[in-house]
Ligand binder design. Sequence first.
Ligand code: GDP
Length: 395
Amino acid sequence: MGRRKKIVQECERLMDKPENIRNIAIAAHVDHGKTTLTDNLLAGAGMIADEGEATRLMMDTEEDEQERGITIDAANVSMTHEYEDTNHLINLIDTPGHVDFGGDVTRAMRAVDGALVVVDAVEGAMPQTETVVRQALREGVKPTLFINKVDRLISELQEGPEEMQQRLLSVIDDVNELIRGMTEDMDDIDDWTVSVEDGTVAFGSALYRWGVSMPSMQATGIDFGDIIDLERNDERQELHDRTPLSDVVLDMVCEHFPNPLDAQPRRIPRIWRGDDESDLAEGMRLVDDEGEVVLMVTDIGIDPHAGEIAAGRVFSGTIEKGQELYVSGTAGKNRVQSVGIYMGGEREEVEHVPAGNIAAVTGLRDAIAGSTVSSVEMTPFESIEHISEPVITKS
Ligand code: GDP
């Protein structure tokens, strides 16, 4: 059996275990390294043989994007990662990093429960960082932080351990200030600030494929001094071999992001204003794969063969071919032609996709990004608000 087929089978097996699922987005200011980090994760998860350009093509599926060199459409990819002897299914939604596409970023946030915020160590938190953190928190999505391009602090700016630590702490402080400011009045959210000690911050170099976090440093024995020495001596391959970025980040994802069973009871009241005593509400809170089907469409893509594909989060029930589903805001029902999951830029058809997962569905001809698709008529999800760029006030 081919490697890809094996991965698809493993994803299918894990789809039925919501406790082992993490639905995540990577969000960043443009050029802070989201695409390069995504390459690392896909390669680390065995999705592609080699890191680099091949994956860029996998994620940036639209010709227009490749021409412009920026990611426009939110693409989806599923991968597996073993953490603490348990295999996890990680559904990653790619978010556009460009300011013009704020609406897409928010839509991606609706589908996920965790947002990995990437910040360039040299530039620090930027306006778009603030926007993505805001969008995540508003949707009840938990943040963690990856500080990227640390190689530049060492090799270009020639910073020593003290200076480096100061700089990393100041990035963390800035991000925490945003998180604290946004969550203060949210009584359904505990302290979501990030910290090195808790393991909710990782840092490294997506370009040279190494990364560390407090737990990873404890496990590998690597310290700041080693990192600086290896990076300065151009022994980046060794640094990658000893502490690969993908493992560090994916471990952080599995440990610190909520699974759908933990996330949905908190998120549903925030994004859905229907009757919270109803069976429907109960089904969504419990991630009940036998409940009524409820899908929130976050993205419509075009497949040259299959036509329009609606991608989104299944909050309740199980989506299968042949189902007749209501689409919010339209009359009548649409018939599901196929269901699938995303592997890289490609869709793989599967038998069914249960609650807690990201599904790619064909046949929903009336659906648009933002549609609520369901087996019974229901109150649609809250509309997704576009958050515009904050006014830049640099002190
Ligand atoms: P995106 O716009 O957030 O997707 O950013 P990209 O991943 O496309 O990266 C933007 C630029 O930064 C590219 O030229 C990358 O090669 C470079 N880059 C990304 N990560 C790193 C890193 O860790 N170190 C250095 N030195 N450059 C990086």
